[in-house]
Design a protein around this ligand. Structure first.
Ligand code: A2P
Length: 316
């Protein structure tokens, strides 16, 4: 069984989940169902990924076959940037629930602190292309998120890609506290300051791109990626009989984050949660800490046009 952490409202969240961005519609249902059958209980998706329906099909198939019960699952999806107006939030979560075929979410996240005009279909491979930004106070969006909790459409609400200053603004104004901030964390970007900042405010961290997102569509030829064949990581893995991917995922859990590795490969899906039968030593953790170069994979450069671009003007 995957261990859980207790969120600031008492809800339990499994410490690792399945990521679904770039999980192709044709495979997504099968991979989600497989993940549930090998022990995952936490599934991360987003309206933007364009596959909520297939994720939901996988979840509902697993429930129908008695593999899991709905109440044992932790299902997460996210509000896209084009639905930040307060009156758009409840309809947006209802659309996601309809796509998923579920009555409620466990966690609904504001995907980015940035509002965009709705200008038509969005390519989920390159979601920021041609986006039109405008100034909108995300504290207003948050009121819509709180309404989702009031209406029983989600148990918890949270943030994604918010920097420390933006988290603080929400914390200062919120009637219902965010339980989570989902941000990029991997050995090249350990985010220790933002993790501590959020922890001090009772907010947990979900780690996206935990394996360095090797299949990201905007990767330039020759651009460095996390090296899963790195000899030092391979050596640590050998001590425990684990792969480097398993070592990295365990590292991310031991620094206090909740990684959500995406995989469409049935063996890798199963292997990525076989990480609860060993502990990395402080020495191993030090070796892994040394890979931090504060290099972002998801810099979302197009978002720089927005005044709320989160990766500028603050230390973390
Ligand atoms: P695949 O779907 O073929 O398994 P991230 O979660 O950081 O975005 O990384 C996801 C990417 O890493 C996917 O391309 C996925 O490919 C690959 N991946 C997932 N698990 C593993 C693993 N255990 N070993 C190697 N690559 C993996």
């Amino acid at each position: 069984n995957v261990p859980t952490v207790t969120l600031n409202n008492g809800q339990q969240c499994p410490v690792i989940g399945l990521g679904t961005w770039l999980s192709p519609p044709g495979e997504c249902e099968k991979t989600v169902k497989h993940a549930l059958s090998v022990g995952y209980r936490h599934i991360d998706c987003a309206w933007l990924y364009g596959n909520e329906k297939e994720v939901g099909d996988g979840v509902r198939a697993a429930i129908k076959e008695g593999i899991v019960k709905r109440e044992d699952l932790f299902i997460v999806t996210k509000l896209w940037n084009t639905f930040h107006e307060i009156q758009d939030v409840v309809p947006a979560i209802k659309t996601s629930l309809e796509n998923l075929g579920l009555d409620y979410l466990d966690l609904y996240l504001v995907h980015w602190p940035v509002a965009c005009k709705n200008t038509g279909p969005i390519d989920f491979h390159l979601p920021f292309k041609d986006a039109v930004y405008y100034d909108h106070d995300f504290c207003e969006t948050w009121k819509g998120m709180e309404e989702c909790v009031d209406l029983g459409l989600t148990k918890s609400i949270g943030l994604s890609n918010f920097n420390s200053k933006q988290v603080q603004r929400i914390v200062d104004k919120a009637r219902i506290k965010p339980v989570m901030n989902q941000i990029e964390v991997n050995p090249s970007l350990t985010q220790k300051n933002l993790i501590a900042f959020c922890r001090d405010r009772g907010i947990h961290i979900t780690a996206y791109s935990p394996l360095g997102s090797p299949a990201r569509p905007w990767k330039k030829p020759g651009e460095a990626s996390l090296d899963l064949e790195d000899p030092k990581l391979v050596d640590i893995g050998k001590k425990y009989g684990k792969t480097t991917a398993q070592i990295i995922l365990k590292y991310l859990i031991q620094i206090g984050t909740i990684p959500i590795p995406k995989s469409s490969n049935l063996d890798r899906i199963a292997a990525n949660i076989q990480i609860f039968d060993f502990e990395l030593t402080p020495g191993d953790m030090c070796v892994l800490d040394c890979y931090n170069t504060n290099t972002r994979i998801c810099h979302a450069e197009e978002l720089k046009e927005s005044n709320e671009y989160p990766f500028r003007g603050v230390a973390f």
